[in-house]
Structures are given as structure tokens and as C-alpha cells.
Design a protein around this ligand. Sequence first.
Ligand code: EPU
Length: 419
Amino acid sequence: MDKILIHGQRPLAGAVKISGSKNSALPILAATLLTSDPCVVQRVPDLSDVHYMLQILTHLGADVERASGIVTVKAEKVNSVAPYEIVRKMRASICVLGPLLGREKEATVSLPGGCVIGDRPIDLHLRGFEALGAAVRVHGGNVKVLAPSLRGAKVSLRGKFGTTVLGTGNILMAAVLAEGVTIIEDAACEPEVVDLASFLNKMGAKIEGAGTSRIVIEGVKELHGAEHEVIPDRIEAGTFLVAGAIAGREVTLNRVRSDHLTAVTDTLRTCGYHIAEDNCSLTIYPNGGPRSLDIKTQPYPGFPTDMQAQMCALLATANGESSVTESIFPQRFMHVSELKRMGAAIELDGATARIHGVENLSGAPVMASDLRASAALVLAGLLADGTTEINRVYHIDRGYEMLDEKLGSLGAQIERVKV
Ligand code: EPU
């Protein structure tokens, strides 16, 4: 198991290229199961979650080829069962359920368990499949969905914590091959849903309204192969912006979509940072320390939950008191106890972290617990005095392509140690 050592307080300067979006690539790769034609997906990031998805596609019968960020999938025939051994490694495996149901009219996928960011039910996905006419049965740790035929229907995806991103993708992928019109109300508006819909439309689907809370899908008889480039990863970009805020002289991110990052750039500007936007790039300039702030995570276009942990790291040394409220995953605060080991003064009050800014953090051995919490620890390590040792870095490798190399190229003193 690798660990990462960061010798903090080194200035960062220069430019990095942002990779393709993990959370866009995963459902788009799953969507290739909807046709027997070859599909080509470009700018697929080299991450362990992507490797798991390619393993699942292979297990389901697809031929998969990968060469420098370009993945070609040809799913001439598919089997509709994804067992536990193969799906347990990644919760996003659940997004093969929609395309398998759409194409084969049945699917059995092992249920994803909870994870450290909280209980992660799939009731809204199942509600959507049932509305399309599928019978749903949960048995022996698997969910089986079966529909002699899928019929278009009206379905709301509103749940206790708002809508669902992968659930919206799953219903989209089943509904494109249903008979008649499906209307998804309370759909997720995330750019990753728009990217999936745009890929599906290139495959011959008829989807309108993606990016709004009402998506209309007119079912078609079949889909064909398509080529698509995945959008830039807005969460990787946001993480590098925070790195630039923490330790930057002047850090530029290239190949970004700044329109996908408005909530993050607005928040950092409120914190006192100057950010310049130019075509496909963003540059963040130092300001001598962040101002305190109150943040609440919200579905897109609000402040993303996937950037919450990173902001906690930044605000740990803000001047004054900040609060960070998590409204999507109320238990997503695993980073707090590790940040406290580095000297942060944070109290948890329900789903709110109250952060009293301290002068500085100090390097310490810490444990990565999930993807974004791990990113927060890397950022804290850049800020801290001394050496931070991050263990269990496989969490980082699930979602950040070459994070240590990219930070190293900006001037961070960061090394990966094989244990
Ligand atoms: N929820 C339900 N029922 C459902 C589905 C979700 O109650 O059937 C609840 C969840 O428990 C949560 C909220 O609804 O409280 C939102 O969950 P959502 O379904 O939107 O999350 P997801 O689709 O499983 C994706 C990203 C996450 C990101 C969330 C929210 C992927 C692969 N994952 O998860 O990304 O945090 O949307 O934006 O796209 C990450 O990249 O680190 C990550 C966790």
C-alpha cells in the first residue's frame, strides 16, 4: 500500500492540465452497453475507478481497448449479471443497471453497500425503474430488475437529500430505449448528467432538457455507436484551485470549463482570492491568507459536496471563524478528525463543521478515508509546517489522475513511497 509524504510550505507556481471527469466517464462508459456498435470515449482519466468500470464491462461481455485516454468499447453481446466480487470495489458500478435494463430488459447487480461518507441508498433509482414498468426484487445482496417491456412514464427523483446524480443517469439510460415518452422531474442538473445525455444523443437517443430539473426522453428502438470526449473534471480543477489558494504564487489550470466551476470560484473570490478566467484556463493568485466564510453544499449549481473537505483544509487557517454545512451527505466529515491531528480547530455540530482559524497546521501522519477527504489531507499537507505522511493513498488513486506528479510539477515537495 503506497503512502504519500509531503514536505509543506513550498510555494506552488506554474500550470497543470486538468484531466477528464471521473464522474462523467463512469456513466458514459456504462452507456456503451446500450449498443452492439463500437463506441469511442476520449479523455478518459487513468484512475482505479475507471479500471474497475472497464473490468465490469469486460465481465459483462464487452470488448474493451484502451490507449492513452481513449477507450473503445464494443458490446456485441452482453450478459446481464454483475456479481459482488466485481461491483463491490466501486459504488458507481450501480450505473450499469440502467443500460442493462434498457438493452436486455433485465439486470442483476450486486447492491452497493454503505461507505464512509454515509448510508448510500438506491431507492430513487429503483423508484424510477418501477415507474418505467420494471419489477424490482432485492434478494441475497443483489438487486434484480426485470421488465418484459419498458414504457415511458413520469418520474420524480426527489428524495430526502434532494435529487440523485447517478440515479438520474440510470433512469436516462433505461428510458432511452423505452416505448414512448419519459419525463424525469427533479432531475439532477450536474454537468456530468448533461455530458451523459449528450453522449446518448450522439448514439441516437432523443433527450431534451438535460441540465435542468425536467428532462424529457422520447424512447427510440435502438442506439448506434458514437464518439465522445469527456468534459474536464470540475472537482479535480476545484482541488487545484484550493492548492493554488493555499500555497500558490500563481497557479494556472488549463483545459477547464470555468462555467462548471462558478460556485467554487465565487466562494474562493469571497475568501479573498483573485482568479482570472481566460478561455479554457483559470489562474489563481495569492492573497496572503483566506478570509473566513460560511459555506453550505448544494446540488449543482450550488457549492459541490465533492469540494467540501478541501474547503475545510483551506479554512483551517482562515482569519476568524468559518462554518461548512453538508446538506447532501450529512456524515461526510471523516477528514475533520485527521485535520485536527494536524492542529486544526474544528468542532462538528450535526452536519456543520465549525472551524476556528489557527495560525498554522503542523505535518503529521494521517489516514486517508475516502477520496475527497484524502484530497483535503494533501492540501493540508501543502499548508503545514513539516512533513505530512498520508496513508491509504489508494483512495486518492480512485479519483485523481497523477495528483502527486501534477503537484510536484508545480513545485510541491511530494513523494510516493511504496510500503
Ligand atoms: N440518495 C437517496 N436515494 C437514492 C440515491 C441517493 O436517498 O436512491 C441520497 C444520497 O444518500 C445522498 C443524496 O441522495 O444523500 C445524493 O446522492 P447522489 O445519488 O446524487 O450521489 P451519487 O450519484 O451516488 C454522485 C457522485 C459523488 C457525488 C454525488 C453528489 C459519481 C460516481 N459519484 O454520487 O461523487 O458526491 O453524486 O454530487 O458520480 C466523489 O466523486 O468523490 C463522489 C462521492
